[in-house]
Design a protein around this ligand. Structure first.
Ligand code: HEM
Ligand code: HEM
Length: 419
């Protein structure tokens, strides 16, 4: 018996891919040019749906090559035959070209956010592209973005022609069972064809769903405790390791400040917000070189070196973006360095450190008030200060604006140390 319809796998894939594409095409209208946590989550969703479309479309194409479609109804005009073929192959080109240009775009983006399909399956960047120097990446990224956008408009045109063709044969021709080929049983010429109504419902659900869905924004949950070993002991001793007792016969001998080794459980963190949602972060790799005594403030000094790539905010995709050029730019400035050698007593166990912070190539004075409790050879220090991220260039381009991420970032230091 000669087939007069597509095979079942072809039909299932057709409707699945069609629904996914109609859904997918709505998302950019929602995330376009926005820097909110929701837009971020919608882009991650757009990437997952897009790569899924790529995989399904390649499967569909492979199946089609192995299982050619049934011959078209003999009554079709030659122009209709050719137009439908051009549109079908154009649609295949877009079903594969759109995801590939999107994939190139995210693989060459400055932020380097990884793609994790459906939040579960890591998907690599296009091999070779993510490793290019910045200028090469920018070139590819620009071209891929232009193409992705142009092909997107092409999709609107081809889907319009495709659906118009299907509807023409379904609604205005009695003897051309075209819809039947993709929706078996559809009776040509029947306006209230149940299969057509079902398709219309599916289209409405796919499009409406894309406007109603609210994917989970990046986590703002508390971070797990810092890794056991955060700080290595300072490399070179900057001062004698112990405080020598002043000799009785030499009262003018200066008191030396003690050298401290930071213990585990110490943390350097920051808090900010994104789109009104609180955001807590931490650096997991840093070293601190501390020489300090309350009774030798003039000989006390501190140097903290933070490995900015170790930033953790509880969302792997956001954490992958923060070291990028738009934020910390670790490729050029891998470390932030805080040095202080002026300390003031502020009464009781309160002190103020005055020093400078070098971050992202900018050095600015920083004042860090802190409390310090010394108990024998153990000390507990806790300090909080506020920095203006924009003064250091953390947040470039559209991230410079402070409507989504405020300029002021609270930085907190909690240390325990032993002498
Ligand atoms: C929106 C995304 C859509 C895409 C990307 C798409 C893609 C395609 C492609 C590539 C084919 C050719 C299959 C082949 O020959 O291997 C096809 C066939 C077909 N599509 Fe779609 N389609 C979409 C939506 C629709 C809708 C909404 C309808 C119905 C209103 C529809 C009805 C049909 C029909 C009837 C055929 C069979 C045409 C024939 O060979 O006579 N499609 N579609
Ligand atoms: C069939 C699949 C896809 C369709 C129909 C599609 C469609 C679109 C459309 C229409 C836009 C708006 C273009 C603009 O005005 O800038 C867009 C933007 C975007 N797409 Fe896709 N896309 C697909 C797959 C992908 C994939 C697989 C990825 C990444 C893995 C991706 C990543 C992006 C990104 C990052 C943007 C935002 C560009 C920007 O404005 O910054 N897309 N997509």
């Amino acid at each position: 018996m000669r087939r007069d319809r597509y095979t079942t796998p072809a039909i299932v894939l057709h409707w699945l891919i069609a629904a996914a594409i109609l859904f997918q095409m709505q998302l950019p209208w929602r995330f376009h040019d926005l820097k909110t946590p929701e837009a971020f989550a919608l882009i991650q969703l757009h990437k997952s749906v897009g790569i899924t479309i790529l995989v399904l479309s390649l499967a569909r194409l492979g199946w089609r090559i192995a299982n050619p479609p049934p011959p078209e109804p003999a009554t079709l005009a030659v122009w209709e035959l050719w137009l439908s073929r051009v549109v079908h192959w154009g649609l295949y080109a877009l079903m594969i070209g759109m995801p590939i240009t999107g994939w190139i775009m995210v693989s060459t983006s400055k932020t380097g956010i990884p793609t994790v399909l459906w939040g579960l399956i890591p998907w690599p960047h296009v091999p070779g592209l993510a490793e290019l120097p910045a200028a090469g990446k920018a070139l590819w990224n620009g071209a891929a973005h232009e193409t992705h956008e142009t092909l997107g408009w092409g999709f609107y045109i081809l889907i319009g022609l495709h659906v118009a063709g299907a509807l023409k044969h379904q609604l205005f021709s009695r003897d051309e069972p075209v819809l039947h080929r993709m929706a078996p049983g559809a009776l040509a010429g029947r306006w209230l064809e149940p299969r057509l109504l079902l398709i219309a419902l599916g289209v409405a659900v796919a499009i409406g769903g894309a406007w109603l869905i609210h994917p989970r924004p990046p986590a703002s949950a508390p971070l797990p405790p810092p890794p056991a070993q955060i700080a290595e002991p300072a490399a070179a001793p900057a001062a004698p390791a112990t405080t020598p007792a002043p000799a009785a016969d030499a009262p003018e001998a200066p008191i030396e400040a003690s050298k401290w080794t930071v213990s585990k459980g110490s943390a350097i963190g920051f808090s900010s917000s994104w789109g009104g949602q609180a955001l807590e972060g931490r650096f997991d790799q840093w070293t601190a070189d501390i020489v300090f005594s309350p009774d030798a403030l003039d000989r006390s000094h501190v140097k903290v070196i933070i490995d900015l790539a170790s930033v953790a905010t509880g969302d792997p995709q956001r954490d992958a973006a923060l070291p990028g050029a738009d934020f910390f730019d670790v490729a050029t400035h891998p470390k932030a360095i805080f040095t202080a050698d002026r300390f003031e007593a502020a009464g009781g166990d309160r002190y103020v450190a005055r020093g400078k912070l070098s971050l992202r190539g900018v050095t600015k004075p920083v004042r860090l008030p802190f409390t310090l409790k010394i108990d024998g050879d153990k000390a507990r220090m806790s300090g909080v200060t506020t920095l203006d991220r924009t003064a250091f260039g953390v947040g470039q381009g559209e991230w410079q604006a402070t409507d989504q991420i405020p300029a002021q970032v609270k930085v907190s230091v909690q240390l325990t140390a032993t002498r």
